[in-house]
Structure formats: C-alpha cells, structure tokens
Design a protein around this ligand. Structure first.
Ligand code: G3I
Ligand code: 9MR
Length: 729
C-alpha cells in the first residue's frame, strides 16, 4: 500500500517518545488473566479506574510505585486490575487519560489465534489464494518453484551446477519471497509444538482449503511447509540446501508479477541439516497418529531426519555465507552447538536411542530464549514436554531445573517499568518475537511447576505486543486501536488493498535501524522507541514466519493454561450452582498423589495467596497424616481449628465444605447449625476440598482457612486447576 512521507511524520509524532498515553493490551484478556496497564507519570494521580462502555466505573484501585524502564527511558506506574473478571468491554482511566478499549472474554484470544495462524496461509508459495479463503487478499499463484536451479555453490556430482530440481510449496519467509531452511525450521517446529502441547486449542476450523479434512488446520498448514522442506534434502547424501532464493530480492510486486529469473538452491550447511533434522523428527512424531491418512509419511520424515543428522556429523562446521553473486537473506550462523543439541533432543525423543541422548548431553548447550540462530531451547522444551520418558539417558530434574532458572531470570526482569521480561539488550531485529519467545519459555516453566509469576510474565509478553509497549501500537495487523498499517510485506504493499494482510506480527522496535538510509527519521534512538510504521522499514516493520509462530504458540498456551473463571468466585450467594460444584469435584482429581506433590501444590496455594496480599493457612492431609501445612506470617491459630472442622465435614459428606454450605442455604437452612452435628467439630464454610485419586476414591483433604468461605474455596480450586492443567506429575 502507498503512503506519503507527510503522513508518516504525523503518525510518528502521534506515537512519539514518552507520549502521555495509557498503554494496555488493546485486544483483551481472559477472565482470570493477570491484567496490567502502564500509566505515564501524571502529576497528582495516585489512583486508577476501570470504566465500562457506558462510562460507569466498575473497579478502582491504587497505582503502583513509580518505576523506571530503561528501554524507553520512561518512569511509569502500573495499574493492576486483575480483579476485573466480568466479561465486557472496558477502558482504564487515570485523571483525564483514557486507554484504548479492550475486552474481557472467556474466548478472548480466539480471533487473534486464528488470524496469527491464517497469516501462514497468506504467505503460501506456489498457489493461488482464492477469495473463499483469502477474501480481499486473494491473489494469483507465484513462484511455482517446479524448476529450481542448482547454484554453483550447491553443485555436487549427482547434481552439477545448473541441474533443475522441483522444490514447490512452502511459505515465503517474510516480506520477501524467498524460502530459507534455517528459519523455516524454528517456525514450523513452533507450530508443531503448539499443537503437541495444546491440542484442544486447535480443534476449530480457521478457513483454509484443507479445513474439515479431519486434521487440525495447524497441522495442514505445517505440512504445506514440511512438503517443501523435504525437497531441500539432497537424496544422494542427506545434506540440506541452506535456502531457495533469487540472486537478489524481488521488487515490491505481487508474487505472480515477481521476476522470472531463475530461483536457486544454494550451498548446503550444517545449520540447515540440523534444523531440518530437528523439525522432521518433531513432525514424524506429531504426524504418527495420521498414518492412515498419509501412509508412510511419518516414517519417511524420521528417516530424512536421521540422514540429515549423519550428514551434519560428517560435516560439523559448514557455515553458510552468501556467495558473491547473492544478496538475499543470509541466516548465517557460526555457532552450531545449539543446532546439534536441538536435533539430538528431537531425535532422542523420536527414537529413544541412547546415542542421541549422549549427543545432547555432550553439547551441554546453554538454555536461553530461542531465536533462529539460537535453537537449543527448542530441544529443552521438547524434553520438558516428554519428561516422563527421558530416563536413563537424560536427567529429568536437570531439564526442569534449567528451564526454571531461565524463567526465574525472565520473571525477575518483569518486575520493573513496563513489567515485561524484555530488557534493552533483547531489543534487536525482530524484538517482538524475542518477547514472545521469552513468553513461550516462561510457559514451559509454568507447565512444569505452576508458579503463578511465570504465567503472569507470559501474559505480559503477549500484552506487550498487543499494546502495552512504549509505542502504544498493537503490533498484530488488523488488531487494536493503534494499528500497524504499513508492514514491509510485499503483498501488503503491492495489492492495492488499504488494510495490510491481517494476522501478521511486525518485527518491532530495533535500535539497529539498519534501514535508516531508506526511511524517514526514527522517533529517537532509545531501543523501545526505535520503530516506524512505514513500509520502508525492513528492520523494524517487516513480518516473518519465525515471528508469527511464537504468537500462535503463546496465544494458544495462554488460552489453555489460564484458569477458567472459577465458578466459586461469584458464588457468594446461596444461588451458587451445586451442579458446577459437583463438576469441580469430578474434574479436580489425581491419577496418583505423593508427598512431593502435596508440597508442590501446597506451596503454590501459599504463593498465590501471597501475590494477592492474603494471609491464609493451608493444610493437605492424607489418611489423617499431614503432608503439607503452612501458616503464613500473621495467620491466627484459630485457622487450624477451622481446618479441623471443615475437614471433618468433608469426611462426613464426601463433598467440598463449600458444596455443603451452598446446599444447606439453598434448602433454607442455617449453615452454622446442621441437624445432628456438634458444630464445635464441624464447619460448613468453604475451603476444604476432597483429595481424590481416580480408582481409589477420597484419600484426604486440601484445605485453606483465612478468607471468606467462597474465597477459601476459590483458592483451592484455582490452584488445583492450574496444577493439574499444567500437567504436573
Ligand atoms: O545478535 C546481535 C546482538 O548481539 C547485537 O547486540 C545486535 C546489535 O545490533 O545485533 C544482533 O544481531 C542482529 C541479528 O539480526 C539479531 O538476530 C544483527 O545485527 C542483524 O543484522 C540481524 O538481522 C537479521 C536480518 O535478517 C539481517 O540479516 C534478522 O535477525 C533476521 O530475522 C532477518 O531475516 C530476514 C531475512 O534475512 C530475509 N527475509 C526477511 C527476514 C526478516 O527481516
Ligand atoms: O526487502 C528486503 C527484506 O525482505 C529483507 O529482510 C531485508 C534484509 O536485508 O532486505 C530488504 O531489502 C532491502 C535491502 O536489504 C536494502 N535495500 C532496500 C531493500 C528493501 O527495499
């Protein structure tokens, strides 16, 4: 799409540094999400309000202490409105400042998640996008890649320079029309991991040609690229070509109008072979259940992965450099220990062969936030997901510890300023994907140990790209109040449609400003403000498959892991639904229960109370023995007597103490006088929950005392849900 420099200057001014705007995720939250807004320093203001669409105040609270955020040079305060759980549309207000509108809704990320995945469809190479699926962004096919030339750098005996091979399909990498194995690897893996970890998040159709074929759309989409990736392997030796590109970038035209000069496969590289191996091994296991639909495909992928691994072992240090006549993206990477570690981890999970476990341990690849050139984390997260079957080759405790260490560092960074895990040093080309990959790693730790701070910091990662950032932009095209309108994305620039192709994450702030000579001035040099919504800006406003993939992952993960609205929360009235309470008791059960699990679960309840400033006593007992007990500082001794009396009630009724409370009140009774019971030994107040092992029955109680009964009950239920949902075993 077209724009003028004057328009750019105006937009730039409006988004300028330190502008006095309230910054908030302008898409929205789930009812139980952690909810923060960032408030510029406004003289005299100490409180905030949340208002609904009619302007009615639904919540108010005190602003947090002023805190500096180095990446934008601002001092800001935070409004925490997590207590707002009622579905609706709202804004945050401080004095005369009003934030962008946002929603609270149980399926609040549905449209966002669908669009983020659909973006991959919009970048399919070699196929026409029809109006039925692409709407206004329909376009003819481009880049069939059915006759691709072997470049001099890739020549081999079997395939001398100039040989033609077919290498169709795949996704265009980004705003350009080239296809790069290294970047395809991390992007495809991240989609496959999202499906493997959160299958329920991908049950609905998103409107792609394959929708309704009995396979999740995300897997159909991944296959479009996997089919291409398979063609990038040389069958003669298992090596993998680094990329398929022109000699130079296509002009700013639609795919079908792009240059007809030959496209080439370029030299093989170790990084390409290993990223290919890791991705194919992952795909082989995710596709295994679909063998009837695609007979032999899963096995073929595993064999391809192993062949690529063998090539990499024989050629451990082939670093790709653009040949002299080539200026397309390089994706060069000289550090290969992380690629070896990732491939070894995936091949170990896929085959169980000890040699791969040893290869993984031998690399001892440090765990840090993943990026296209830093992929060890992908292996660590796959190992974490499969942690029940790592022994004896890989130490499960080591995996859990390393991931927790990374997450605790990221969560600590998220204590200041904008309260996000992103630090100045992280703001590089594609910074919006850096923060989402940080979110993805926080979620790995949350899946292991359920620490609420990790879920909260991951929510903050998503909030950042959706508007709680120093520019105030919602960085996903088609979403938010201040929208990205001019991404460096050839179809969006050339299609004559005003709105950019939707669902794409802009690369985001990048103080490198490598495109400065091609662009109007940036608003400043500060890292978090180094952003232009201008299509000149390939260094800050391009889109890319490896940036959208963690958006898909984090959106799905937060939808799956955020506790659903606890029915107990609004149930202070005796009208609470007994059916809902029974449902909780049926859902919140264990396959087994050990003292270690009691300790973990009990600690989580205490931590959850602490983050809310509540003082409670928690006890978990089994067969009369206390497995966990903690009285928080300031907890009065009578908590223990309440716990004893509530537990007695559960032992008598086999239901939660809150269930009996509601039942008695619905029947018009007095919950403090139960017929036939000595109320010195029983209490029909919420907080004691039956501890049930499936197949065994009730073996004990999980109990909280210290809050009003409905809240005691809610604390137990929410924590149990988070713990079980996180797959803590
Ligand atoms: O890692 C260093 C960091 O240590 C240093 O502090 C920082 C200072 O600028 O630079 C960091 O490296 C940057 C690197 O991205 C970070 O990942 C490089 O300067 C920067 O040049 C490099 O940019 C890459 C860019 O291609 C240019 O090669 C991006 O990562 C990469 O995402 C991007 O990918 C392009 C493809 O080549 C072509 N297709 C579009 C795609 C997206 O823009
Ligand atoms: O358009 C190209 C973009 O897709 C790449 O990511 C980027 C990486 O270097 O390069 C862009 O092409 C620019 C080139 O590098 C320098 N001249 C301006 C080109 C954009 O119009």
């Amino acid at each position: 799409m077209k724009r003028t420099l004057l328009a750019t200057a105006l937009v730039t001014l409006a988004a300028g540094a330190g502008s006095a705007q309230i910054k908030v995720n302008a898409v929205g939250f789930l009812p139980q999400s952690h909810k923060l807004a960032v408030i510029p320093q406004v003289a005299g203001a100490n409180r905030f309000e949340v208002v609904d669409v009619d302007g009615k105040v639904v919540l108010d609270g005190a602003l947090g202490a002023a805190s500096r955020w180095a990446p934008s040079g601002e001092t800001v305060r935070v409004a925490d409105f997590s207590a707002l759980t009622q579905a609706g549309a709202y804004r945050v207000r401080v004095g005369s400042l009003l934030s962008a509108p946002f929603t609270v809704a149980p399926d609040g990320y549905r449209a966002l998640g669908d669009a983020a995945l659909k973006a991959f469809y919009f970048n399919r190479s070699g196929v026409a996008l029809t109006p039925e699926y692409a709407g206004a962004w329909a376009r003819p096919a481009g880049h069939p890649d059915d006759k691709v030339t072997v470049h001099a750098s890739a020549a081999s005996t079997a395939r001398p320079q100039g040989t033609r091979i077919a290498s169709p399909k795949g996704w265009y990498d980004a705003g350009d029309y080239n296809k790069y194995v290294v970047n395809s690897g991390i992007a495809t893996y991240t989609l496959l991991a999202a499906l493997e970890h959160f299958p329920d998040a991908f049950k609905r159709d998103t409107g792609i040609p394959e929708s309704g074929n009995g396979v999740p759309d995300i897997l159909d989409e991944a296959l479009w690229n996997l089919d291409w990736l398979l063609t990038m392997q040389d069958p003669a030796d298992g090596g993998v070509y680094h990329k398929l590109t022109n000699l130079r970038f296509d002009g700013i035209v639609m795919p079908h109008a792009a240059s007809t000069t030959p496209r080439y496969v370029m030299a093989k590289s170790t990084a390409a072979a290993l990223d290919f191996a890791a991705t194919m091994a992952t795909a082989s296991r995710v596709l295994a259940p679909y063998d009837a639909k695609w007979p032999g495909l899963s096995q073929r992928m595993l064999a391809a992965a192993q062949a690529a691994w063998r090539w990499a072992e024989a050629h451990p240090n082939v670093v790709f450099k653009n040949p002299k006549d080539v200026v397309t993206g390089e994706y060069g990477d000289a550090q290969l220990a992380d690629e070896f570690a990732w491939a070894a981890a995936e091949l170990f999970i896929a085959t169980g062969q000890d040699g791969y476990a040893q290869a993984f341990m031998r690399r001892d690849a440090a765990l840090s936030t993943p990026a296209w050139n830093n992929v060890a984390a992908l292996g660590w997260m796959s190992l974490a997901h499969h942690r029940d079957r790592l022994a004896p080759g890989i130490d499960r405790a080591l995996v859990e510890r390393r991931i927790d260490t990374l997450a605790s560092q990221l969560a600590a960074t998220a204590n200041d300023g904008y309260r996000v895990p992103l630090a100045s040093k992280d703001i590089v080309w594609g910074s919006n994907a850096v923060i989402l990959n940080q979110g993805m790693m926080l979620l790995q730790a949350y899946r292991i140990n359920g620490k609420p701070a990790y879920l909260q910091a991951a929510q903050s990662s998503l909030d950042y790209v959706l508007g709680r950032n120093a520019t105030g932009y919602t960085f996903v095209t088609g979403f938010g109040a201040r929208q990205v309108m001019h991404p460096h994305h050839r179809p969006s620039m050339a299609d004559g449609v005003t709105a950019p192709v939707p669902g794409w994450l802009a690369g985001g702030p990048n103080p490198g400003q490598q495109d400065a000579k091609d662009c109007p001035p940036y608003p400043g040099k500060l890292p978090a403000l180094s952003y232009l919504d201008h299509d000149c800006s390939y260094a800050a406003n391009e889109v890319a498959i490896n940036w959208n993939a963690p958006l898909v992952y984090v959106t799905a993960a937060l939808s799956a892991l955020t506790p659903p609205a606890a029915p107990a929360t609004p149930m202070t009235q005796p009208t609470a639904s007994l059916a809902a309470l029974l449902h909780q008791e049926e859902q919140l059960q264990f396959d087994r229960f050990t003292p270690d699990m009691a300790r973990a679960l009990g600690s989580l309840m205490v931590e959850r109370a602490r983050t809310r400033g509540q003082v409670v006593t928690v006890r978990i007992s089994r067969d009369g023995a206390v497995l966990f007990e903690h009285a928080m500082p300031g907890a009065p001794a009578d908590h223990l007597d309440w716990i004893r009396r509530k537990n007695n009630l559960v032992a008598r009724t086999e239901h939660s103490s809150f269930y009996t409370h509601v039942q008695v009140r619905q029947e018009g009774g007095d919950h403090d006088r139960l017929p036939g019971l000595d109320m010195r030994d029983f209490a029909a107040h919420g907080g004691a929950f039956p501890l049930v092992v499936r197949g065994t029955g009730r073996i004990g109680t999980i109990t909280v005392s210290g809050l009003p009964g409905p809240e005691d009950h809610a604390l137990v239920v929410e924590t149990l849900h988070a713990y079980l949902q996180a797959g803590v075993r």
